[in-house]
Each structure stands twice: as C-alpha cells, then as structure tokens.
Design a binder for this molecule. Structure first.
Ligand code: GAR
Length: 222
C-alpha cells in the first residue's frame, strides 16, 4: 500500500535536485510532501527554492558546531519536530553520522553523480573523465555509515563523449539525476524497496531492462 512520505530534505548547494522533487510532489507523480528543507549553508539556493515552494526552511550552519555529532543532533531534532519520516540528501556535502542514520533507520537516501561503486567522494565527474571511462551516470542509494557505500536503489547511465569537459559531463548527468531521484523515492513511497544485504530488490519486480549499452556504438554490420 502506498503511503505519502514526509520528506526532510538536506542540501548544501543550488538545489536543482530538490527542485525536481518539489516539482514531482506538486504534479502528483511523487506521493510525498517535503516537510522541511535544511541547509548547512546560509547562502544555499536550496533554501530559496524551499521558501518559494512554501516549505519551511532552516539553516543549521555546521561552522557553529564544535563537532559533527552535535551538528547532526540539531538536524535530527529539527527533522523530528517537523514530523519527517524519510530523509533525502540532495547535494548535501557533509558526511552524516550514526546520529542521523539511527534516528531514521533505512530511511536516508542520497544521490551521487557517478556510477557507484566507481568514483565515490568528491569531484567525481572530473575523475570519471580523467580515468577515461566511456560511461558515467548517477546513483540513488540508501545511506550507510560509509562514504557513498550504501545499498543501491537505482542508477542512470550516460555516455562520456570525446569532447566532454567536466561541465558538459556534469550537466548531462544532472539531467538524469532530476529524473532518477524522484523515481527512486516513489519506489520507496510505494513500499517496493526490500533491502537484502547489499542488494535492493524491487517488489513487485519491475520489467527488466534488456538493452546493452556499448560506447563507442557498434556499426550496423557488427
Ligand atoms: C548533484 O550533482 C548531486 O549528485 C551532488 O551534488 C550536486 C548537487 O546539485 N551530490 C554529491 O556530490 C553528494 N556527494 P544540486 O544542488 O543542484 O541538486
């Protein structure tokens, strides 16, 4: 049975992923309500996006806290007060501690602009380019106590083009992030995600993808 999620969103930057989620909530394709937007950055565009959508927003500036635990405790208190049941990290550039994970077990999601487990961490579009990968993409995963290591819910793949720069590749990935994140969150809203060790099973099973991607593409004769 589907249930409307009560999302607490945490973001550090411009908030385009947050905007995609706001938009999908507004058009009804995502059965969720964003009950609070938190940012650690007072200048984050994400706070403006939240305000424009009429969502309560809160800045909890990490620089005002002596340790990570204390900072995360403030975040948890605000999320609980707002009645959030699902935490969506949308470009949150801080490592979350067990304080948040234990308060919302298996309910913290993240989007990462790489095909995990390749390229965890920062500046990953540049790293994919420098490595010479032929494909890049993005991953939505449950958050665990590692850095970008939690069970994978969904991934989108984009080609890396010969003339790509970090900017063009990032932009191509970001377009897919905006589609992938609401899709993954909706699967959670429909209670279709079953964590089985490292694997996340979708129940009932989604129609299998049966396309193989090859880059550079084969010629018609191959
Ligand atoms: C997105 O590309 C997101 O995947 C990335 O930050 C960007 C935020 O953009 N997140 C991470 O790198 C997390 N480690 P946005 O503020 O426009 O949504």
């Amino acid at each position: 049975m589907s249930k409307k999620l009560r999302i607490g969103a945490i973001a550090s930057g411009g908030g385009t992923n947050l905007q995609a989620i706001i938009d999908r909530c507004a058009d009804g394709s995502l059965q969720a309500e964003i009950v609070l937007v938190i940012s650690n950055n007072p200048d984050a565009g994400a706070l403006d996006r939240g305000k424009r959508a009429g969502i309560p927003t809160l800045c909890i500036d990490h620089r005002h806290y002596s340790d990570r635990e204390d900072f995360d405790q403030q975040i948890v208190a605000a999320l609980k007060t707002a009645g959030a049941d699902t935490i969506v990290l949308a470009g949150f550039m801080r490592i979350v501690t067990d304080t948040i994970l234990n308060a919302f077990p298996q309910r913290v999601l993240n989007i990462h602009p790489a095909l995990l487990p390749a390229f965890p961490g920062l500046h990953v579009q540049r790293k994919a380019l420098e490595y010479g990968a032929r494909f890049a993409g993005c991953t939505v995963h449950f958050v665990d106590s590692g850095v970008d290591t939690g069970p994978i819910i969904a991934q989108a793949v984009v080609p890396v083009l010969d003339d790509d720069t970090e900017q063009t590749l990032s932009a191509r990935i970001l377009i897919e992030e905006h589609r992938l994140y609401p899709h993954a969150i909706q699967l959670l809203a429909e209670d279709r995600l079953k964590i089985d060790g490292r694997r996340v099973r979708i129940e009932p099973t989604a129609s299998p993808l049966n396309t193989t991607l090859i880059n550079p593409p084969l010629s018609d004769k191959e």
